[in-house]
Design a protein around this ligand. Structure first.
Ligand SMILES: NC(=O)c1ccc[n+]([C@@H]2O[C@H](COP(=O)([O-])OP(=O)(O)OC[C@H]3O[C@@H](n4cnc5c(N)ncnc54)[C@H](OP(=O)(O)O)[C@@H]3O)[C@@H](O)[C@H]2O)c1
Length: 244
């Protein structure tokens, strides 16, 4: 598998936005390494990748495993050209009812893991003076939301991380950006009840949810040469629900 083809690492590629990004990369001839927390998820990834990369088990709650997993990848590929930090979780509750684990797990998966992964990946990007880092955040990191203190904090923390890392890596020809979706039709929002759904919808000027593909299109742009002078930015993709 060690040849000149570009390689992208996508966390959480078994479904939803991660899978949509992976399929776009495949179309562009970019090899994908996609992660899931389960073997079933890895099997799904391997099925759609059809040997244009591979699936890998990675649980971002286990931050100590990240370094080993990245080493495992580098045994099979020379270089990761594009890092897509996509995996994310939520566990919604008013702060008064939120327990420590519900706080810590969300911060670990959505924020702390990005530190561990980026640190491993940027070493070789710096040597090669080339690379793209794109993280899927959320509009909620910019607006806040009742019942999402943990989630909102984790996504807001990404802003400082990406701006600072973008400054550190700008002279190395490595761009570091965020894509912040609004409400996107994936399993992530399947627990919304009809009342919550209608309330959210009434706040979307385009009067519809976004699709995973619409997020993937923006990620493709930020991964491409066409975005070579953009770094430290957030691109909001939310049907007009929030304007920065
Ligand atoms: N959908 C939305 O409305 C929306 C809005 C704003 C932001 N986002 C963000 O978009 C990103 C993708 O969300 P999505 O809508 O595609 O959600 P999704 O369909 O639920 O997919 C989430 C992915 O994350 C992976 N994942 C879950 N827990 C993980 C863990 N502990 N370690 C590693 N990977 C884990 C899952 O892998 P397995 O289940 O296979 O293990 C899955 O592939 C997230 O960061 C989310 O915060 C989504």
């Amino acid at each position: 598998m060690k040849n000149k083809k570009k390689t992208a690492l996508i966390t959480g590629a078994s479904q939803g936005i991660g899978k949509a990004i992976a399929l776009k990369f495949l179309n562009k001839g970019i090899r994908v390494i996609g992660t899931s927390t389960t073997q079933n998820g890895v099997n799904k990834i391997n099925k759609y990748l059809k040997n244009n990369g591979f699936g890998l088990i990675l649980d971002l709650k286990n931050t100590n495993s990240i370094s080993e997993k990245i080493k495992e990848i580098y045994k099979k590929v020379y270089f990761i050209d594009i890092l897509i930090n996509n995996a994310g979780i939520k566990s919604d509750k008013l702060l008064i009812y939120m327990n420590n684990k519900e706080w810590e797990d969300i911060i670990k998966v959505n924020l702390t893991s990005i530190f561990y992964i980026s640190k491993e990946i940027i070493r070789s990007m710096i040597k090669k003076k080339e690379g793209r880092i794109i993280t899927i955040s959320s509009m909620i990191g910019y607006t806040g939301n009742k019942g999402q203190v943990n989630y909102s904090t984790s996504k807001a923390g990404l802003i400082g991380f990406h701006k600072s890392l973008a400054l550190e890596l700008a002279s190395k020809n490595i761009t570091v950006n965020i894509v912040a979706p609004g409400l996107i039709k994936t399993n992530f929002i399947k627990d919304l009840n009809i009342f919550q759904y209608k309330k959210y919808l009434s706040n979307i000027p385009m009067k519809r949810l976004g699709t995973a593909e619409e997020i993937a299109n923006v990620v493709m742009f930020l991964s491409s040469e066409k975005s070579s002078y953009i770094t430290g930015q957030t691109l909001h993709v939310n049907g007009g629900m929030y304007m920065s």
